[in-house]
Design a protein around this ligand. Structure first.
Ligand code: SF4
Ligand code: SF4
Length: 412
């Protein structure tokens, strides 16, 4: 199987990559909603320019081995949020195009040491688990700061900054007999934010008999920062693991909106391999987000200081049916106390942009804080643990009256 996609499942049907990119008619309607363009309104930062770059590359008008500064910026400044697709008349999947560009040009976005560490979760989960435990212990006794001084490990400093300082108990779960739900904790919930994983697990227990797939990769990391082949291999294993459970219809619960979007589009990775494509389609239908297990009225609403702002940052937001549903639900729950983060407002950069090389993430994150301050929001509801960590770090520095919390915490 190939190391890139070549064919995309777009919102308007299955298209060859070149056809998909050629459907961009350069109208420019997408630019006003693009956070990268808002941060630096130059044509080379617009979704239109990103699509044209891929088209030129596919037409052999850009040489594979010459990555100019502009081309590099055009690729690395895209947060893969997919907002452009949402407003585009042709529903052009620019985020997917950018991923294909990265793959074609073999761009390595994450710092090498972070990439290698995160790959261990797939290749050697026990070693990964041990390193994380040692890392957390070294953090408690102050040794991790020394690692942050080593060349190539600057991301450790960022991690130390965003992690809460209080000590957090590790996530503990007990598998139930005859399960009715699988909980697949995201990496950040399981290791960086175990209280979130515990909270989701406890909430799920009120309605379901839960089994937990701990330290299990889903392929999102490989899809965004690694290679498609590895992402496919991981997904295939996950699909088989799901099939081998007693009930192949078991819902799979995730606490990360990014994981949710990725798993929902898993069939795209198996295009052309009919049997696997069908299995992936069935698997995707079983994926659930935490809000799906909420009761009509979640129990912890009173803990939210008003006004409340919903920040729906995620990768591939064009699959926004769930986000729209969540927004409507929040409107019903908070009524006039919910202020909305419109498309022109900036959202926190999704899926680990805080760890990525360069300084653009700082610009995006400041835009997000400005949005919170403009609305004078006190609580910001986000849909992933990483978004909560990143945003709380920014808010502590620049707008400390507000606090971000994962939507799972509404159901305490
Ligand atoms: S991506 Fe869509 S909205 Fe943007 S320029 Fe192309 S066709 Fe227009
Ligand atoms: S995916 Fe997001 S950041 Fe990338 S071009 Fe589209 S709107 Fe801009």
């Amino acid at each position: 199987m190939h190391n890139r996609l070549g064919t995309l499942h777009t919102p308007l049907g299955i298209r060859d990559l070149y056809d998909s990119v050629c459907f961009c008619n350069r109208c420019g309607m997408c630019a006003p909603v693009c956070p990268a363009y808002a941060a630096d309104p130059q044509e080379s930062n617009s979704p239109r320019a990103r699509n044209q770059a891929l088209r030129l590359l596919l037409e052999n008008k850009l040489k594979n081995n010459t990555i100019s500064k502009e081309l590099n910026q055009l690729i690395t400044s895209c947060t893969l949020c997919g907002r452009c697709t949402h407003v585009c008349p042709g529903q052009i999947p620019t985020a997917e195009h950018i991923l294909e560009l990265r793959r074609l040009l073999k761009l390595q976005l994450l710092p090498r040491s972070l990439f290698k560490l995160l790959r261990l979760r797939e290749t050697s989960p026990r070693l990964f688990y041990a390193i994380i435990r040692i890392g957390l212990l070294s953090r408690r006794i102050g040794l991790l700061r020394l690692t942050a001084c080593m060349p190539g490990f600057a991301w450790v400093k960022h991690l130390l900054q965003i992690l809460p300082t209080r000590s957090i108990k590790p996530f503990a779960a007990k598998d139930q007999k005859r399960p009715t739900l699988i909980y697949l904790p995201s990496l950040e919930a399981e290791f960086l934010f175990p209280d979130l994983a515990q909270h989701v697990y406890n909430s799920a227990l009120k309605k379901y008999r839960v089994i937990v797939w701990q330290n299990t990769t889903c392929g999102l990391f490989e899809y965004l920062y690694g290679d498609v082949r590895s992402a496919r291999k991981i997904l295939r294993r996950l699909i088989l693991q799901h099939q081998q459970t007693a009930n192949t219809q078991l819902p799979i619960l995730t606490d990360s909106i990014d994981v949710y979007h990725f798993l929902k589009r898993s069939a795209q990775l198996f295009h052309g391999f009919t049997a696997w494509e069908e299995k992936a389609l069935h698997f995707a239908q079983c994926v659930r987000f935490v809000t799906d297990i909420f009761p009509q009225k979640p129990s912890n609403l009173s803990a939210c200081k008003k006004p409340v702002l919903f920040m729906n940052s995620a990768v591939f937001t064009e699959d926004s049916a769930l986000q729209t549903k969540i927004e409507k639900k929040l409107q019903t729950l908070f009524k006039k106390n919910l202020v909305q983060c419109g498309y022109k407002d900036a959202c926190i950069a999704p899926a680990g942009y805080g760890f990525i090389k360069g300084s653009r993430e700082a610009v995006y994150n400041l835009q997000a804080v400005r949005t919170v301050a403009t609305h004078q929001a006190q609580t910001v509801i986000v849909l992933s643990g990483l978004a909560q960590l990143e945003l709380n770090f920014q808010l502590r520095q620049f707008y400390p009256t507000a606090h971000a919390q994962h939507i799972a915490n509404l159901n305490g």
